[in-house]
Design a protein around this ligand. Structure first.
Ligand code: GLA
Length: 390
C-alpha cells in the first residue's frame, strides 16, 4: 500500500492536514505445527507480506478515533482511554481496546490518544491472523507514541493477553509471535513451552507456497477452538496419572504409546492427544528436512499433518479437505495442508514454480465444481514483522 495513499486517506477523514506516522503489521502462515502452541509444542510459522497498515497521529488528550478502510460502514469509532470497558457492539474495535486495556493493566499508563486510519489486505476471516496483525499494530502505535520502549516479545505477549482475556479467544502465542517477530525469507521455529526460538531460512528452491483460501466463513470457530483446548487439558490430566508432565508435548511418540492405558475407553481424548504429540514430532522432522533441502520429505510431513488434523483433531471440514485433496492430486504439488485454526479459512500447498499456474487453475476449477463457489489463491512471500514505517 502506498504511503501517499494512507496519508491522504488519513487527512481526508480527520480533516487535519498533517503528517501521520505509518505503521505495518503482517499476517502469518503456519507451515506446520498446528494446535500445539497451547500444548507446549514447537510450531513453524512465518510472517507474510500481506498485512495491516495504519497512518496515525498522536493526540494530546485521551481520545481515540479509529477508522478502518475494511469496515467503512462502521465509520469513525471514537472512545476515551478512560473508558475501555468491554462492550458488545465494539465490532472490530474490540482488538484495539483489548490491547489498550492490557497495556494499562501491565503498568503502562496511556496518556495520549491518537487518530488512525487503518487498512489491511489480509483477506478477512481467512485464518491468516488479521486480528493478531491488528493487535500487534496497535501495540506498536501505543509504544511508539509513548516512547515506552516495550520489547517486541512483550508486545507479542500483551497482544495475546488482549485476545485471551479481553476478546475471549483462548489462543496460543503462535500468531502474535510470528507477526511480531517475523523476518524476511525466514520461518520461525518457536518452542511454545519456553519461548525459545530460531529463524530458519525458508529456502524453497524451485517451489513456492501457494495459499488457498476456501472462502468458507469460520463459523463457530471460536467455541470449537476453546473446546479443543479443554479436551487437551482433559487428556493431559489423564496422562498425568501415568507420567509427571506439564504439557501434552512433553511426551514423545514412544513415551505416549507406552501409557495409552491412561485413556481407558476414551478414544476421543486419545485421538486429540495423539494429534498433538505426533504433530510436535512432525515439526521437528520438517525443520530438519527444510534445513537439509529435502522438500519431498517436507511435503510429505505437510500431508501427514493435514490427515492428523482431519481424522484425529477434527478441525478441517469439507471445504478444507476438498481443497487439500485437489492439491494432492496435482502433479507438481509436494504437499498440502490446512493452516491456522481450521474450520474453514486457508490451506497451503508446496508447489513447483514451473507448474504453479496450471496447478492453481486445476484446483480452482475442481473447487468451484464441488463446493459451488470459488476459492482464492495467493503466492506467499515471507516478510518482516510489525514495524513503524516512517
Ligand atoms: C489459531 C490460534 C493459534 C494456534 C492456531 C492453531 O490461529 O490463534 O494460537 O493455536 O489457531 O495452530
Amino acid at each position: 500500500m502506498q504511503n501517499s495513499y494512507l496519508k491522504s486517506r488519513f487527512n481526508d477523514l480527520f480533516a487535519t492536514p498533517s503528517n501521520p506516522t505509518l505503521f505495518f503489521s503482517p499476517g502469518r502462515v503456519n507451515l506446520i505445527g498446528e494446535h500445539i502452541d497451547y500444548n507446549g509444542g514447537s510450531v513453524f510459522p512465518a510472517a507474510i507480506t500481506f498485512g495491516t497498515y495504519a497512518a496515525a497521529l498522536k493526540r494530546d488528550d485521551q481520545t481515540i478515533r479509529l477508522y478502518s478502510g475494511n469496515f467503512p460502514e462502521r465509520g469513525i469509532i471514537e472512545f476515551s482511554l478512560m473508558d475501555l470497558e468491554h462492550k458488545e457492539d465494539a465490532h472490530w474495535s474490540i482488538y484495539p481496546k483489548g490491547v489498550m486495556d492490557t497495556f494499562i493493566k501491565a503498568g503502562y499508563p496511556l496518556e495520549h490518544g491518537f487518530d488512525a486510519y487503518i487498512e489491511g489486505n489480509i483477506p478477512n476471516g481467512s485464518g491468516l491472523s488479521s486480528s493478531a496483525s491488528l493487535e500487534l499494530l496497535i501495540s506498536q502505535i501505543l509504544d511508539e507514541f509513548h516512547g515506552f520502549g516495550v520489547s517486541m516479545i512483550d508486545k507479542v505477549k500483551f497482544s495475546q493477553i488482549a485476545e485471551n482475556q479481553y476478546v475471549g479467544v483462548n489462543c496460543g502465542i503462535m500468531d502474535q509471535f510470528a507477526i511480531g517477530m517475523g523476518k524476511e525469507n525466514a520461518a520461525i521455529r518457536l518452542n511454545t513451552n519456553n519461548l525459545e526460538y530460531e529463524y530458519a531460512e525458508a529456502d524453497l528452491q524451485d517451489c513456492s507456497i501457494l495459499i488457498m483460501n476456501t472462502n468458507k466463513k469460520r463459523e463457530l470457530a471460536e467455541s470449537a477452538y476453546n473446546e479443543r483446548r479443554q479436551q487437551c487439558e482433559a487428556a493431559l490430566s489423564l496422562l498425568k496419572t501415568q507420567k509427571d508432565i506439564n504439557f501434552l508435548c512433553d511426551l514423545n511418540v514412544i513415551e505416549f504409546n507406552g501409557i495409552l492405558e491412561a485413556f481407558g475407553e476414551n478414544t476421543l481424548l486419545y485421538r486429540r492427544a495423539k494429534h498433538c504429540i505426533t504433530e510436535n514430532e512432525r515439526v521437528k522432522n520438517a525443520v530438519e528436512a527444510l534445513a537439509d533441502g529435502d522438500l519431498e520429505i517436507f511435503g510429505k510431513l505437510l500431508n501427514q499433518s493435514h490427515i492428523s488434523l482431519r481424522d484425529d483433531y477434527e478441525v478441517t471440514g469439507y471445504e478444507l479437505d476438498t481443497i487439500v485433496k485437489l492439491a494432492w492430486e496435482q502433479d507438481g504439488v509436494l504437499g498440502a495442508r490446512m493452516t491456522g485454526a481450521g474450520f474453514g479459512g486457508c490451506a497451503i500447498a508446496l508447489v513447483k514454480n514451473q507448474k504453479l499456474e496450471a496447478i492453481q487453475a486445476a484446483i480452482a476449477k475442481g473447487y468451484q465444481e464441488i463446493i459451488g463457489y470459488p476459492a482464492d489463491f495467493y503466492v506467499a512471500s515471507i516478510g518482516g514483522g510489525t514495524r513503524t514505517l516512517s
